[in-house]
Design a protein around this ligand. Structure first.
Ligand code: BGC
Length: 760
């Protein structure tokens, strides 16, 4: 069909005397949506569901004029997170917007989306690193700054937060996640949504957020990206759906479907989870977007015969926007006309998309704030790999406040795993005059590798490297290796008093399509660490990584081991300030660090079995003949430069009515060392008898205490029946009367426990 067929004339006599009532701010958003919908042709409706990659004002001009495009993902390819992108050509994007708004019949603005994952120009730690800070406010502030920067670049929608529960370190995308625990990922994800979207969607400098990938993607078989997923609805509900629920409750505007299947049904065709649970049961009134070509991939997944069939299945399942596959654009019109897809389903999708555009304020403010002269023919492509960023003047340096936040976030993400194993006293922090400090290893001079995966708009020249930062600090007292582990390195170690080795994984080993079968350090690094350690001098190992690694031997070789993730634009100063104790590491592991690949999956959320392990008698009973089953480093663990003593657990009551009851649980924590420090006090719960197997221990809450030496603080938790609620065999949410165990401690492996009873 063509858009000339049956195009309704605009109604000049509509209320308010305007031909475009959907522009009237005095009308409620719902009325504006309906006013527009009533004017749209079938082709214009289909156009709203069609998302193209890098809209091109030249090549796409006619399609834009006929309203055949609704949105554009600004990304250079199918796995854009792995590619260096030359940046956004803001005025090119703006030109496309002007065509859509000024030259199409109804003037519906485009929505521009980009993967603003952990910062925009100001690059913050990878999400897994941000999660290690266990700090909602910090996460919110980083997202708010990223939104403000991205909005200036014409972006109105980000594909973040990534909320896939991640318990499989082989999977490269754990770097993009907020860890393994639903409560941590859910609360941090909601904070990220609030940061991106601000108090009200459409406020100045805000982006629409997108909770992804719905759902179960973190369970890909063997950790291999895009693989199949075996999981039942009960586990989905009790674990994997929970952070999405939190994001939806926080007002997250959009949700992205996962590439994977769930127990045989690809998520882009999963009507039960998308239409019934997300849109129905949860009342989500936002937009569901496909992942890149996810609709088209229904054909490769072998559930759709062709693109037409794929389009029919995806719109029926509840996917509102087709990202780049073209299936909707090519076939939805005909599918509706022939009755295979009811018009109501298409109208539902379009209503959601228009509502988002209205909420985002795009009808009032469709253009970028920068003065852009309309570009002429020959100027195309919204991003331009390999070419200069569009601005003719070099971009201004990053503002000090942005750098300060990036430094704060980087330092907060660091997790100290060990300190002083082989040289009794803690090696860190280094003394003000530590002697000759050698900085060596592959990350010494690194720039962009410290950004991590999915950094589309960070600029290499903004990065403050570890080499520069240590030279600033120590001048001639610092010896900086050339960044290649070699014989020269050992020569320098011989002359140094302390060696700081910066090792780990390049970001190209994590992120999308970057899974590994071996979670040890990359080849060669361990051999050099062994040789360095053989000198018997203090050795600090800093590990840059996008995933939990098997660090068993490293922990034995080094005096101190610090996990630095991929820390972003202030990597160097944040690291040096931490090494010298201006800042203390306060991060805690957001994922369990397993003993080996053979131990996977390994997480804090194990459920009881018929033959429980008694750690007191046999720590591996019946599990492995050749290894312990306990993790190398438990979820929630991390040291700092001081120590903390925990007092006894205090409970305001031991009984809690099922309806409306609560118990205050508190513990006094004393800083028993000689430096100020932050302790993350963690609350875990266990329901002892339930309708389905429930975790032996599940994070329910946490409190951060920042204490001076000798000071005592109180961590107080309110335990509620809702925290013990779960989905039962019939998928109903319930709270059981009966006993539960409360544990409060510094990580998932230690703590004081008490029993409580839910009554009524
Ligand atoms: C990824 C998504 C991303 C999208 C757009 C896909 O390949 O799975 O997470 O948002 O590309 O760049």
């Amino acid at each position: 069909m063509t858009i000339q067929d049956g195009v309704p004339a605009l109604d000049p006599g509509s209320p308010g005397g305007t031909a475009r009532p959907w522009l009237r701010l005095d009308l409620a958003p719902g009325q504006r949506v309906e006013a527009l919908l009533a004017q749209m042709t079938l082709a214009e409706k289909v156009g709203q569901t069609h998302q193209v990659a890098n809209v091109d004002p030249v090549a796409d001009r006619e399609l834009l004029r006929s309203a055949g495009i609704g949105s554009s993902v600004l990304a250079s390819g199918a796995t854009a997170g792995n590619e260096r992108d030359a940046g956004l050509r803001v005025c090119v994007i703006d030109t496309a917007q002007r065509i859509a708004v000024e030259e199409s019949r109804l003037g519906i603005p485009l929505l521009f989306a980009r993967d603003v994952i952990h910062g925009h120009r100001t690059v913050f730690p990878i999400p897994l690193g941000l999660a290690a800070a266990w700090d909602e406010d910090l996460v919110r502030r980083t997202a708010a700054l990223a939104a403000a920067e991205a909005r200036l670049d014409a972006v109105a929608w980000t594909f973040a937060p990534m909320l896939d529960i991640s318990q499989e370190p082989r999977w490269g995308r754990v770097a993009e996640s907020l860890g393994e625990a639903p409560v941590l990922a859910g609360r941090l994800g909601a904070a990220m949504v609030r940061g991106f979207q601000g108090d009200v969607l459409g406020g100045a400098g805000t982006l629409a957020a997108c909770a992804k990938h719905f759902v179960g993607y973190g369970l890909v078989d063997g950790g291999r990206d895009y693989e199949t997923v075996q999981v039942g609805e009960n586990t989905l509900r009790n674990l994997h759906l929970r952070p999405f629920r939190d994001a939806v409750r926080a007002g997250c505007a959009t949700v992205m479907a996962a590439f994977t299947d769930v127990d045989g049904v690809p998520m882009h065709a999963h009507a039960r989870l998308l239409r019934e649970v997300l849109k129905g049961e949860w009342g989500f009134d936002g937009v569901v977007v496909a992942d890149w070509d996810g609709v088209g991939q229904l054909v490769s997944q072998g559930v759709a015969a062709d693109l037409r069939d794929a389009a029919a299945q995806a719109i029926t399942a509840g996917v509102d926007i087709d990202m780049v596959s073209g299936a909707y654009s090519a076939h939805l019109g005909e599918l509706v006309e022939t009755g295979r897809v009811p018009l109501d389903l298409l109208d539902d999708a379009v209503r959601r998309i228009i509502r988002l555009k209205i909420r985002q304020g795009l009808f009032e403010h469709p253009y970028v704030a920068l003065p852009c002269a309309p570009t002429t023919a020959g100027t195309s492509a919204a991003t331009a790999p390999g070419s200069a960023v569009e601005a003719s003047v070099p971009p201004a340096p990053l503002p000090p406040a942005a750098r300060a936040l990036a430094r704060e976030a980087a330092a907060a993400s660091f997790v100290l795993l060990s300190n002083g194993r082989t040289h009794d006293v803690g090696t860190l922090p280094l003394a003000a005059n530590p002697g000759r400090v050698l900085l060596t290893g592959p990350f010494v001079h690194e720039g962009e590798a410290l950004f991590g995966t999915w950094t589309l708009d960070g600029r290499g020249e903004d990065i403050a490297s570890p080499a520069a930062a240590i030279r600033d600090r120590l001048g001639d007292g610092a010896v900086v290796d050339d960044g290649r582990f070699s014989d020269r390195t050992l020569h320098l170690v011989r002359q140094a008093d302390i060696t700081v080795a910066l090792v780990g994984e390049h970001p190209s080993r994590s992120g999308e399509a970057n899974s590994v079968a071996d979670i040890g350090l990359p080849a060669g690094q361990l051999e050099v660490l062994r040789a360095i350690a053989a000198f018997g001098k203090p050795l600090v190992v800093v590990v840059f990584t996008g995933r939990p690694l098997d660090l068993g031997e490293v922990l034995g070789l080094a005096d101190s081991v610090l996990i630095a993730w991929h820390p972003g634009v202030e990597a160097g100063p944040a690291l040096v300030e931490t090494l010298f104790g201006d800042r203390s590491p306060g991060g805690r592991l957001p994922m369990t660090f397993p003993r080996s690949v053979g131990h996977l999956p390994s997480s804090s959320l194990a459920r009881p079995t018929g033959r429980p392990i008694d750690p007191a008698s046999d720590p591996s009973a019946g599990r492995y003949l050749d290894a312990l089953v306990v993790p190398r480093l438990p979820f929630g663990s991390g040291l700092t430069y001081t120590t903390f003593d925990y007092g006894p657990l205090r409970l305001s009551a031991h009984q809690m009515p099922r309806h409306g009851g609560s118990i205050e649980v508190s513990v006094e924590v004393t800083n028993s060392g000689d430096r100020p420090g932050r302790e993350v006090v963690q609350l875990y719960l266990r329901d002892l008898v339930a309708d389905v197997t429930r975790p032996l221990l599940e994070l329910a809450d946490w409190v951060s205490l920042v204490l001076d030496p000798g000071a005592t603080g109180t961590a107080t938790f309110t335990v509620t029946p809702e925290q013990l609620s779960y989905y039962d065999r019939t998928m109903a949410l319930r709270i059981d009367p009966g006993e539960a165990v409360v544990t409060v401690g510094p990580d998932a492996s230690r703590g004081a426990t008490a029993r409580i009873t839910v009554t009524g």
